[in-house]
Design a protein around this ligand. Structure first.
Ligand code: AMP
Ligand code: GLY
Length: 423
């Protein structure tokens, strides 16, 4: 089977690592890929949003199976385009990817189908949003409706901040057209958990849990990022939480999408908050998390292609997902200054060591191969993942491995997984 993976970050490197292990795969391409993925797949210089070129490429190479890793092409309808030319493709079609593509849509869906989430209102008008905010309590959460690289969420502590935030999103269009609509949402407290799942339109299979660290700085300070590190499983995802989510959230979401005529096939990522009143959905994503995939996929025992084919074919009920009974921690090595301004093009040394040890992974996020060697090419540069028998052991292993690689302006958080140290 000839497989094409679309995307070029740490998540796609983790996906390609699994795909490359599949017995069914004879040839693996990745568009656009990155310097790390290049050791597993033939990287093709086509961007994830260049649909015409991707479709041409798939035809030309007679691709049998396509996996879309990123949110933008999913929301833009790449799966539909691939299906039109008969390429079996893993991921939701455009009408289902709206689950991630529009926060207003997902909030309305949850309200209609009684799926537990924060109270909210959607606004198309700035003036009406302001009137509503003035009558509300604080903190309050403002969310740009569309995709905004995970940055379109503002937590506002008082009226002044909220008015400024509403202006940024809706009037100044800081997040572009994503801010044409805005969700104003109740502020919730609690621990966050990421739960990824495979879905075939009817059946849902939950993967092992994970927790991300979204803020740039130690102690959850600084700006929101794409994610600075993860651990899996989350010890806070208890059986009680699992039971609640199975009863009120997971299947309910899949059934709600089907009832709306938006059959969802692919990955649903449930961003949950474990509030004092029980689990609530913070957000849905229509793809693997990044860097959640970097701790979940290395622990998966199944052949990923078998699972993904079952999703596409609507026979996921035949599959039993299995995960190793261990733990994994991922620490992101970023360029100092991320997520605002940072330099690129710094030579990276020490990458070879990861080829020689089991249970350690160096997932490339923003790297590029040049004549001098592999250099930094993004804010998040590498995701260093290590397994261990326990979370504590995995954490110690991952931090030890962050010392193996060096590049100028290397930056990381030092408290990834600290929450698990006392559990
Ligand atoms: P989202 O992109 O919707 O997951 O939001 C990004 C981050 O903002 C989440 O991971 C939470 O840390 C925070 N957040 C979002 N919605 C809320 C809420 N209603 N209450 C408190 N924090 C929130
Ligand atoms: N790590 C969060 C996300 O992928 O959206």
């Amino acid at each position: 089977m000839k497989v094409l993976v679309v995307g070029g970050g740490g998540r796609e490197h983790a996906i390609c690592t699994c795909v490359a292990k599949s017995k069914k795969v004879t040839k693996l391409y990745c568009a656009p890929g990155n310097a790390g993925i290049a050791s597993l797949a033939e990287c093709v210089g086509i961007g994830a949003m260049e649909f015409d070129k991707l479709v041409e490429f798939a035809k030309d190479k007679a691709i049998d199976f396509c996996i879309v890793g990123m949110d933008d092409p999913l929301v833009g309808g790449l799966v539909d385009r691939m299906e039109e030319i008969g390429v079996r493709t893993f991921g939701p079609r455009k009408n289902a990817a709206i689950l991630e593509g529009s926060k207003a849509f997902s909030k309305d869906l949850m309200k209609k189908y009684n799926i537990p989430t924060a109270a909210y209102e959607n606004f198309d008008s700035y003036e009406e949003a302001v009137e509503y905010i003035k009558k509300g309590t604080f903190p309050v959460v403002l969310k740009a409706d569309g995709l905004a690289l995970g940055k379109g969420v503002l937590i506002c502590n008082n009226l002044e901040e909220a008015l400024e935030g509403a202006k940024e999103i809706m009037q100044d269009q800081k997040f572009g057209s994503a801010g044409n609509r805005m969700v104003v949402e109740e502020f919730m407290t609690g621990r966050e958990v990421s739960v990824l799942s495979f879905v075939d339109g009817k059946t849902i299979r939950i993967m092992t849990s994970a927790q991300d660290h979204k803020r740039a700085g130690d102690g959850d300070t600084g700006l929101n990022t794409g994610g600075m590190g993860t651990f899996s499983p989350s010890p806070f995802y208890t059986e009680e939480v699992d039971e609640f989510c199975k009863k009120y959230i997971y299947q309910a979401t899949v059934d709600a999408m089907a009832a709306e005529g938006r059959e969802f096939k692919g990955i649903i990522f449930f961003g949950l908050m474990l509030t004092p009143n029980g689990p609530r959905v913070l957000e849905y994503n229509a793809r693997f998390g990044d860097p959640e995939a970097q701790v979940v996929l290395p622990r998966m025992k199944n052949d990923i292609i078998e699972v993904m084919e079952a999703c596409v074919d609507g026979r996921l009920d035949e599959i039993k997902l299995e995960f190793e009974d261990n733990a994994a921690v991922c620490v992101v090595l970023a360029s100092d200054g991320y997520p605002v301004a940072y330099e690129k093009g710094k030579l990276i040394s020490g990458l070879d060591k990861f080829d020689t040890v089991d249970g350690y992974y160096c997932f490339h996020a923003g790297t590029k191969l040049t004549d001098e060697g592999i250099v930094t090419n993004g804010g998040r540069v590498l995701g260093i993942t290590a397994k261990g028998a326990t979370l504590k052991e995995a954490r110690a292993n991952a931090y030890a491995a962050t010392e193996w690689v060096e590049f100028a302006n290397k930056y990381m958080r030092h408290d990834i997984g600290n929450a698990i140290l006392d559990v």
